[in-house]
Each structure stands twice: as structure tokens, then as C-alpha cells.
Design a protein around this ligand. Structure first.
Ligand SMILES: Nc1ncnc2c1ncn2[C@@H]1O[C@H](COP(=O)(O)OP(=O)(O)OP(=O)(O)O)[C@@H](O)[C@H]1O
Ligand SMILES: [Mg+2]
Length: 414
């Protein structure tokens, strides 16, 4: 029977998610953040001075990825906006992510424009001298005259890219204003970046320090449970599934983002399969999918010659052998280059590419002893060759190598 439209079959299958499936996406900000009560309270304790119209200390928040730094600060921001109505205080909290807002100009421009309503007066994206952006921003905040808390998320990226000038400028902005005050909350997952700071900037930025420790498996279970309740239909995700997702993520780095992603993809796989509930095997399938997606991304961005080397290794495994000496891989690589009319690189350069891929975990290189023939370096894939071959051949320059086969005598091929 012909279906009414291309969606019908999928519509009939139904969904395991509730309408609020976005609760399993990383940007979702829940109403409750389990196991971060004390961090939230500590921030409230420091920032409460702003509600009394006094400047709070600058804060540096540090913790590994996925430990809830951004979520906690955005949560506090939301609470602050509610509280200022209750206490009638003049507080603004302005969140900037330095991954996208990553130059002194754009930071000052964003802050300034926050206080400029008239579109004709807004500071342009580029073109003004920095000191003009600085003075206009200063003037606008000062006219407003309240307590401004600037959140610089991923501040380490900003400092690595543009140095600590902007932090210095923000501290200067604060000291030059008559009516308004400005505090900074910096968030970073790299503590070492503070070594790059001028000592005066460092001591002022880190007046208060807050460290977020990675979650353990039990904490991740509670986090997942909360999110699953919002996003997934009742009975679809059992406690066993939550435990496995939490255990896998805890083993990695205690990263809540990974745990939530693993759960979401597990539900998606179960749904696509037409299952009524998520089973543990779906979680392992999801884990493999995430790993392969990561690997695939890493392979796709490699230089072309590295891809050819991977293809050489994949063809070798396809022919039933598991490793190649560096001499053998070079030989196959050269033949593959010839086949697509490309000039090959020197053996020395190829050695470098091999070391790079070894570091990325795409291949394993080790030194093997061949008895009286001595020791030599051998290389093998660290991933299933079928997947590697598929990903490499997606490069349009290598497409035509799709039919190439290697005979079991390594050097004779095609
Ligand atoms: N205690 C928690 N309760 C509920 N969800 C949480 C909790 N901690 C983190 N999450 C969720 O985990 C994900 C990652 O958290 P978040 O983005 O805050 O991490 P982060 O520490 O800022 O990481 P990064 O350093 O990579 O930016 C988000 O979806 C967030 O909502
Ligand atoms: Mg973050």
C-alpha cells in the first residue's frame, strides 16, 4: 500500500520522547542541578553583595569539561534576575562566551551595546579605535550606574588568543567609573592559563576561586534521572540503563555532557529500532556511535597524505594481514599516490605523519623484533579497518581508490 507521504511510516512508529526532548540537549538549563547545591550557595554568598548595591568580589571558576560550570552560572544568573525584582536592586549579569566573543574589541562592544538602546547609537562590529569603544562603554555603564557582573565563559581561550589585555581593561573600566561598579566571573577548564596573566590581573581576577570537581557515577545517575524524567516517556528508560550510562561517563572523565549525550543517543537508537524501551545494548551501540563520530571527524580533517596512509593500512588488513613495517607502508603509499596521479612525500615526512596519527590514537606504532633481521617499527590501525576505509574514501580525491585491493603478498596489488 502506498503511503500518504514520506513521514507516515515514521509517524506511525511513535516516539519515546516527551515533547520536551530538548532537556537532553547540552544547552538546556534545568530548574534543578543535583550535586551542585554547595557551589550555587557559594556563588550566592559572594554575589549577594550586588543585591545590596555593593560590588562583589571577582571570581574564577575552574573545573574539567562537563562539570556544570556554565549550567551553574546561568542558573545563578536566572536567580539573580528574579531576586533583583524582589530587592529592587540595580544589578545586571551579562554572560559572554569567549569562544565566539574573542577579542577585546568585541567584548567591550558587547558590553557597551547592552546599555545602548538606540540602534543608531550602537557600537559597530568593527572600525572604531579601541579607546573610543572603551570610553563609550564606560560612559554608558556609568550613566546607568548599577552593579554589572560580567561572566567570561571559556576565558582561557580568550587569554590564549588575545592575551590578558582585556582583563586589564575591564579592571580599569571598573576603577574609572564613578557611579557604576563592575565585577568579573571568569570560567575556565584550564587552570594553567592563569600563569599567562600579569600578577596584578591574576590576583584581582582570582579574589575568589571556585573549583568544580568531576562527577562520580552516583552523581551522574541523579543528573540523568532528572533529565530523563523531563525528556523521555515514563517507563522507557529503566534504572539499569541510567546506571550504565552514568558508569561509562564516570569512567571517562565524570563529564555530565557526555552522560546526557549517551542517554539521548541510546533513546534515539531504541526509537529508530521500534523498541518500546531502551535496553543496555542500545547504550553500547550509542557509545560506539559517539566514538565513531569522533574518530570520523578526526580522520576527515587529516591531511590527504595521512588519509592515504590510513587507506594503505586498511587495505593491508582487508587482505588478511595485521601490521606493516614502515618500509612496507611507504611502498604501498607510493603506489596509491601513483594511482591517483599525485606526487608522493619523502619517507621522512611520512614518518612524521605516522607519529602524528599515533598520537591521535588512530594507529598504533611499535617496535618489533624480527630475530636476526633486527628490530623495526611496525604500524597497525587502532580502529576497525572497514570503518576507516569507508571514511577515508569519502574524500573526493580518493574516491577512485574504492576498487583497489591488496594481494596478500603486500607489495603486489591492484
Ligand atoms: N548538576 C547538574 N545537574 C543537571 N545537569 C547538569 C549538571 N551539571 C552539568 N549538567 C549538564 O551537563 C551539561 C554540561 O554542563 P556544562 O555545560 O555546565 O559543563 P561545563 O563545566 O561548562 O563544561 P565545559 O568546560 O566543557 O564548558 C549541560 O547540559 C548541563 O546542563
Ligand atoms: Mg561551559
Amino acid at each position: 500500500m502506498r503511503e500518504a507521504n514520506i513521514f507516515e511510516r515514521h509517524m506511525r512508529r511513535g516516539t519515546l520522547f516527551k515533547p520536551r526532548r530538548e532537556a537532553l540537549y547540552p544547552d538546556y538549563l534545568p530548574d534543578y542541578l543535583p550535586h551542585r547545591e554547595s557551589e550555587i550557595d557559594k556563588l550566592a554568598e559572594i554575589l549577594v553583595t550586588a543585591l545590596r548595591d555593593e560590588k562583589p568580589s571577582n571570581i574564577l571558576i575552574y573545573g574539567k569539561t562537563g562539570t556544570g560550570k556554565t549550567a551553574v552560572v546561568r542558573y545563578v544568573e536566572r536567580e539573580m534576575k528574579r531576586a533583583r525584582e524582589v530587592y529592587d536592586s540595580s544589578v545586571e549579569m551579562l554572560y559572554l562566551n569567549c569562544e565566539t566573543v574573542d577579542t577585546p574589541y568585541s567584548i567591550l562592544q558587547n558590553i557597551g551595546n547592552y546599555f545602548i538602546e538606540n540602534w543608531n547609537e550602537k557600537i559597530p562590529f568593527t572600525g572604531w579605535p579601541l579607546d573610543k569603544v572603551f570610553s563609550v562603554t564606560q560612559e554608558k555603564i556609568d550613566i546607568w550606574g548599577g552593579i554589572l557582573i560580567i561572566v567570561l565563559d571559556e576565558v582561557d581561550k580568550l587569554v590564549t588568543k588575545s592575551g590578558d589585555d582585556i582583563l586589564y581593561q575591564l579592571l580599569l573600566l571598573d576603577s574609572e567609573m564613578k557611579n557604576a561598579n563592575l565585577s568579573v566571573i571568569g570560567i575556565s577548564n584550564e587552570l594553567k592559563f592563569t600563569d599567562l596573566l600579569d600578577p596584578r590581573v591574576r590576583s584581582r581576577l582570582t579574589q575568589e576561586k571556585l573549583i568544580f570537581t568531576p562527577y562520580n557515577a552516583y552523581q551522574l545517575e541523579d543528573i540523568l534521572q532528572e533529565r530523563a524524567k523531563i525528556a523521555v516517556k515514563d517507563g522507557v528508560v529503566g534504572e539499569d540503563v541510567i546506571s550504565v550510562c552514568a558508569a561509562i561517563a564516570a569512567q571517562e572523565h565524570g563529564d555530565a555532557r557526555r552522560a546526557i549525550e549517551l542517554l539521548r543517543i541510546s533513546v534515539e537508537i531504541a526509537e529508530r529500532e521500534g523498541s518500546e524501551k531502551v535496553e543496555i545494548r542500545h547504550v553500547y551501540q550509542a557509545k560506539n556511535k559517539i566514538e565513531m563520530d569522533c574518530v570520523s571527524e578526526a580522520i576527515k580533517t587529516l591531511p590527504l597524505h595521512s588519509k592515504i596512509l590510513l587507506l594503505a593500512l586498511a587495505l593491508n588488513e582487508e587482505a588478511g594481514r595485521n601490521y606493516l613495517t614502515t618500509g612496507e607502508i611507504y611502498e604501498i603509499y607510493r603506489n596509491l599516490c601513483k594511482r591517483i596521479g599525485m606526487t608522493h612525500l619523502t619517507q621522512r615526512r611520512i614518518s612524521d605523519l605516522i607519529s602524528e596519527m599515533d598520537m591521535l590514537g588512530l594507529i598504533n606504532a611499535s617496535v618489533k623484533s624480527f630475530g636476526r633481521y633486527g628490530r623495526t617499527k611496525v604500524v597497525e590501525l587502532a580502529l576497525p579497518y572497514i570503518e576507516v576505509k569507508k571514511i577515508v574514501l569519502q574524500d573526493e580525491l580518493l574516491e577512485e581508490l574504492g576498487n583497489v585491493k591488496l594481494q596478500s603478498q603486500r607489495k603486489l596489488f591492484f
